[in-house]
Design a protein around this ligand. Structure first.
Ligand code: IPE
Ligand code: IPE
Ligand code: MG
Length: 244
C-alpha cells in the first residue's frame, strides 16, 4: 500500500517519532519458535517503518533497539542480537545512501562488541552528510545512564570554572544529552501492549504523545504506523495551557 492513500497533513507531521520496539520474543513464542526468530522478523519491521517514515517526511526516527538492561539477557540472545544488528547495518547501507538517511546512535556504544562498533562507525561516517532523515538507533541506551553522564559533564564544567551553577538551565541539560542535536519526540510508540517506559528518553518525552499498541513488533508494519500518525494529527497538544 502506498502511504499517499492516507490523508496525512504535511504541516502537522511529527518531526520526531520514537519507538520502543517490543514483543519479538512473544511473537516467536506464539509460533513455538526460538526468540531469535522473533528478533530476525523484527528487523523486517524496522526496514518497513524506516522506509515509510522517510516517505511521509518524518525527520527523526528513534528506535529503541537495545537497552542498558538488555545486557543481562542470556549471552546467546545478546550475541544473536549483536549479529543481527551488524548484518542490518551492513545490508542497509546502500538503501540509506539512496534514501539520504543519516544513521546516528545514542547510548553507551563503547560497550558494543568491537566488530559491531566498527560497522556502526563506518555506516555513521558514510551517511553523515545525508539530509533526508535521521535514523537514530538507541543501542546500549538507558535514560538514567544518559542523565548521569550529563550531570557529570556539567559538574566538570563547573569544576573547571567554565560555568556557574546558576547557568544550569533546561537547555543546558538537553544539550548534554545524546539527543542534543534533535528535537524532543512528538510521538512515542510502544508495541506489545506494555504500559511502561523501560528507561527510554525519560527527559525527552516530557510532552510526547504516547501510543501503546498491542501489536507485537514483528507484526507492526506501515498501515498501523500511518494510522498512528494520522491519530496523532487529531490530538490536541496543550503543553500545560488551556484547550482550544
Ligand atoms: C524487543 O523484544 C527486543 C529487545 C528488547 C531487544 P523482546 O525481546 O523484549 O520481546 P518480548 O518482550 O520478550 O516479547
Ligand atoms: C525495552 O524492551 C527495550 C527495547 C525495546 C530495546 P524490554 O523488553 O527490554 O523492556 P521490559 O523488560 O519489558 O521493561
Ligand atoms: Mg520485551
Amino acid at each position: 500500500m502506498n502511504s499517499s492513500n492516507f490523508s496525512l497533513t504535511p504541516e502537522s507531521l511529527p518531526k520526531h517519532v520514537a519507538i520502543i520496539m517490543d514483543g519479538n520474543g512473544r511473537w516467536a513464542k506464539k509460533r513455538a519458535l526460538n526468540r531469535i526468530r522473533g528478533h530476525r522478523e523484527g528487523t523486517e519491521s524496522v526496514r518497513d517503518i524506516v522506509q515509510v517514515s522517510r516517505e511521509v517526511g518524518v525527520k527523526v526516527l528513534t528506535l529503541y533497539a537495545f537497552s542498558t538492561e538488555n545486557w543481562k539477557r542470556p549471552s546467546m540472545e545478546v550475541a544473536a542480537l549483536m549479529k543481527l544488528l551488524k548484518n542490518f547495518l551492513k545490508s542497509e547501507l546502500s538503501e540509506m545512501m539512496e534514501n539520504s538517511i543519516c544513521l546516528n546512535a545514542i547510548g553507551d556504544i563503547k560497550k558494543l562488541p568491537y566488530d559491531v562498533l566498527d560497522v556502526l562507525s563506518e555506516v555513521m561516517d558514510a551517511t553523515r552528510q545525508n539530509q533526508g532523515m535521521i535514523l537514530n538507533l538507541a543501542l546500549s541506551y538507558g535514560s538514567r545512564h544518559e542523565l548521569v553522564r550529563a550531570a557529570r559533564r556539567i559538574a566538570n564544567q563547573v569544576k573547571e570554572g567554565q560555568l556557574e551553577p546558576d547557568e544550569i538551565t533546561e537547555e543546558l541539560l538537553s544539550s548534554n544529552l545524546y539527543t542534543h542535536n534533535m528535537p524532543d519526540p512528538d510521538v512515542l510508540i510502544r508495541t506489545s501492549g506494555e504500559m511502561r517506559v523501560s528507561n527510554f528518553l525519560l527527559w525527552q518525552i516530557a510532552y510526547s504523545e504516547i501510543f501503546v499498541t498491542k501489536t507485537l513488533w514483528p507484526d507492526f508494519r506501515r498501515e498501523e504506523f500511518i494510522q498512528i500518525l494520522s491519530d496523532y494529527q487529531k490530538r490536541e497538544r496543550r503543553f500545560g495551557l488551556t484547550g482550544a
